[in-house]
Design a protein around this ligand. Structure first.
Ligand code: FES
Length: 146
């Protein structure tokens, strides 16, 4: 029988997931399972060339402050993508909402840091959330002639 590498064993040995990742995976924040009737100001959809998974982000923007007041998302990605998107949505809306410039320049490393790290081979999953957010902001700016 072919020996499996320890890091890929079916019981997950070798994969280190922080308690924060597990919390956001099992209790995802701001997930939107059905967007019917949800009126977003901006929508972003991205796919990962690494694994083919898809992430959609919807934002609502406070027109006076130009800050994100709501950030919803849905992904067909893995547990790390779910946890990353959940954390991204928290970061985008906490402390009165992220300003659009900051949202456009949010780095996946910042999301991973807040998650307490991700296994190296899962880093690309964290990219999906911040790219979808950036697309949603650009969509909002385009729709509003900015
Ligand atoms: S999103 Fe595809 S492996 Fe994580």
């Amino acid at each position: 029988m072919k020996q499996q590498k320890k890091s890929c064993s079916p019981d997950g040995a070798g994969w280190i997931y922080s308690e924060t990742i597990k919390d956001h995976f099992f209790h995802p924040r701001n997930i939107l399972l059905d967007e019917t009737g949800y009126k977003a100001d901006g929508v972003g959809t991205v796919g990962s060339p690494e694994c083919g998974d898809v992430m959609i982000a919807w934002i609502k923007v406070d027109k006076k402050t130009e800050r994100i007041k709501e950030c919803k998302w849905r992904t067909f990605g893995c547990a790390s993508a779910i946890a990353s998107a959940s954390m991204m949505s928290v970061m985008a809306t906490e402390k009165g909402g992220m300003d659009l410039k900051t949202a456009q320049t949010l780095k996946p490393q910042q999301i991973v840091e807040r998650l307490g790290g991700l296994p190296d081979r899962k880093f690309h999953c964290s990219v999906l959330g911040h790219e979808a957010l950036r697309e949603a902001v650009e969509d909002y700016l385009n729709k509003n002639g900015k």
